[in-house]
Ligand binder design. Sequence first.
Ligand code: NAD
Length: 475
Amino acid sequence: MSNNDPSFLRSVEISFEKAASLLDLPPGLEEKIRVCNSTYTVRFGVRLGNRIETFTGYRSVHSEHMEPVKGGIRYSPHVNQDEVEALASLMTYKCAMVEVPYGGSKGGLCIDPKAYTTEELERITRRFAYELIKRDLINPSQNVPAPDMGTSQREMAWIADQYSRMNTTDINARACVTGKPLNAGGIAGRLEATGRGVQYALQEFFRHPGDVKRARLSGSLRGKKAILQGLGNVGYHAGLFLSTEDEVSIIGLIERDGGIYNEEGLDIEDVFQHIQTTGGVKNYPKAKFIENGYTLLEEECDILIPAAIERVITSENANRIKANLIIEAANGPITAPADDILIEKGIVVIPDMYANAGGVIVSYFEWVKNLSHIRFGRMQRRQEEYRSRLLVEELNDMFQNTTLNVKFSEKFIDHFLQGAGEMELVRSGLDDSMRLGYQAISEIWNSRNDVADLRTAAYLVAIERVAASYASKGL
Ligand code: NAD
């Protein structure tokens, strides 16, 4: 969607400036925090068959107030410096917002991954990684990438292996990248983490009746109607969990080739399988197909979930949005002018820097796991089970010695005895982080008259934390 709104980076800067103007920062610090520290551009050639192809890649470091810096690597033909710097900036604020001890970074490669074979993609990825590793732009203690649009566990495994080959004595080599498959040092729950975080964010929002009222909604998450854009990693997991666990009805889905709509709600797994086999949503038999999918953004619904790309809600279409609540599962889906229009219309936006932070939160857990070289829960799980069993058996004995005819059900005992494995611990840590994050921004949104939206509140939280970090460094 083309539009004259500011670029992605400028939109991030405008939101930043709006919040910074409400803070009393020391002179010059605002600019120091806002600007990207460095952006490395690399052009490299790879022999593919009988030709040599040249690729352009970026790794941008926004802020090193904490190290390592962290941020995904995106594969898309549209990757450019502005986009990479915008995403790197968001990473700084995102990490500060959810108290993950990293600075912000982001990388990108201008490539259409669908145009290459798996073998070609592996060679290209390893070559790109080589360029970044030799400059410490991939390094467990300095710069740790993760997946983003167009990349997945597979690319992360190649990058981790490339780093190990170039750093054969580094015992922490696996911590050089997160989002890896389990067999290559990944962590349970990372694949689903961003979508799961979106679900936890919405659950927490609906635990705040005052905030729900401000969105002109009522009741709980259950039964709400939602429209989703993008059924990739983030959109698929968010849509799946919300529809199967919270009874949210996903009535519309927008993908690259159009949109589909069914008032009764879509079966997300079924649609996902259809996309896997046919390459798009067209011809999906259980919904109405809409050629121009973008019009679905403007359909009536309770919750709009953009989970694909940036700049889809602009000053051109913002006025026509009818959703009560928008949760930015993608990075930067709303431009700064569109944001102002939505605020004016009373549409509540749960901002990207908080809403999609689940990925970096669980990446943090994965990095800690790699550095500690042990799976979470490995030491204590059976000990917890043993103590719980002792308690249940003791209580059952006590019940038998009374006239009360009571005993624990088998189902309760099964659940109670299960010590927490890695997945349970990861979800618990993610849920806790998402709850605390929302509480911090909701508090500001509700207590300050000069803060009209959750995005400004989130920036205030993040900027204050980054500024405190700079202050303790003597800046
Ligand atoms: P992905 O590549 O797995 O999925 C993107 C999906 O969006 C695909 O299904 C694609 O077909 C669809 N899409 C692309 N362009 C579209 C368009 N114009 N209209 C409709 N659909 C379109 O990517 P992802 O990892 O799910 O990332 C999606 C967004 O979430 C990005 O903004 C990314 O930066 C953000 N994000 C991702 C993560 C993560 O852990 N993967 C973490 C935080 C934020």
